[in-house]
Design a protein around this ligand. Sequence first.
Ligand SMILES: [Zn+2]
Length: 217
Amino acid sequence: MPKDSRLDEHSNMALAIALTERKVRTSIIEMETNISATKLRELYREIHSGVSPVPGPSPNSDTILATRKRVVEASIVMNLYVRRTRNGAYRTIDAWALLSAYDDYIEHRAEAGLDDARPLSVSEAWLLARELRSKKLELRPCSCGCRYAVLENQCLKPNCPVCGAENKPAPQPSTAAARPGRTGEGDSPFAESIAASRAGPIAPISRWSGRSQSRPS
Ligand SMILES: [Zn+2]
């Protein structure tokens, strides 16, 4: 066996193990590693003490972004991922970068007090990463300073999940909407917690927007 293909085999197996440990869908791991589904199911049982992977189709992307809270979650993980790949995420799926961004996302939402709801799964993050690569998902900039996930033809109205603004492509960032309390989203504890955390020492929006946040002087 040529040395290169043996190395490929090792790196594919390392990736398969990392993804299996996080219970990523077998169909996704198969696409990422070219390891057969049968072998991957065996690997899963080995890693998860004899338990089999969950069967059935992967969720579709539109159901991942079914609510505004989910858009916030998706936006956090996708912004972290894009930043980690230095925009390479628009051309290819970098599974290792996605895992790393996912770990940051879990830490990040706990810091921001957003861990009362179910986080996105790695499988869901991967599906969004695929849509990003296919240009079906964009990170739309908002004047409040965030960049949020918008899926082509999504059912949910594509307003900013933080401030509620309707955004057209690429408006110039403004500082006007950055203050907590100006969100018009007071009915959402989730939006309030984001607004509050933006005002404090933890500034999740600026971190996941991938750029420094300008504040009104
Ligand atoms: Zn906004």
